[in-house]
Ligand binder design. Structure first.
Ligand code: RTP
Ligand code: MG
Length: 140
């Protein structure tokens, strides 16, 4: 198995409820290392471009409004099979369907306010990381 990097966002419902540390504890307990992290307030163009793949979906407007409503924490996570492992730790998109012990089961409020984002493939991980971090900001 290979060491990978994945891109993570702690969404506004996490920062608003002061759950950054609680979510990070789950990430670290899963063996993923936080090798870059910053708190930002996403701009509308940033959010629209980040979720561009969903721009024709009915929930797109609501999704963008939610992502720019409060600060977020953007991260790079590193570890063995980090992309798949983080998706496992996150749980299903719909928190009602998420497995016990996952971040979304424990913290998510709804399908939209579902606490975290994680890249779904190596290609998207690389583009998403490059959208928010320079090489020198990632410290292994
Ligand atoms: P993400 O991209 O944020 O990691 O989440 P995901 O892969 O599990 O889910 P995806 O299908 O890519 O959807 C992106 C985000 O859009 C919001 N969403 N709302 N109201 C709805 O029906 C709905 N469906 C999706 C969620 O915030 C989801 O994480
Ligand atoms: Mg997705």
């Amino acid at each position: 198995m290979a060491i990978e990097q994945t891109f993570s966002i702690l969404k506004p419902d996490v920062t608003r409820r002061n759950l950054t540390g609680a979510v990070n504890a789950k990430i670290e307990a899963a063996g993923l290392r936080i090798v870059a992290q910053k708190r930002i307030h996403m701009t509308r163009p940033q959010a629209e471009s980040f979720y561009g793949v969903h721009k024709e979906r009915p929930f797109f407007g609501e999704l963008v409004e939610m992502m720019i409503s409060e600060p977020v924490v953007v991260q790079v996570l590193r570890g063995e099979s980090a992309i798949a492992k983080y998706r496992e730790v996150m749980g299903a998109t719909n928190p009602e369907k998420a497995d016990a012990g996952t971040i979304r089961k424990e913290f998510a409020l709804s399908m939209g306010e579902n606490s975290v984002h994680g890249s779904d493939a190596p290609e998207t991980a690389a583009t998403e990381i490059a959208q928010f971090f320079t090489e020198s900001e990632i410290v292994g």
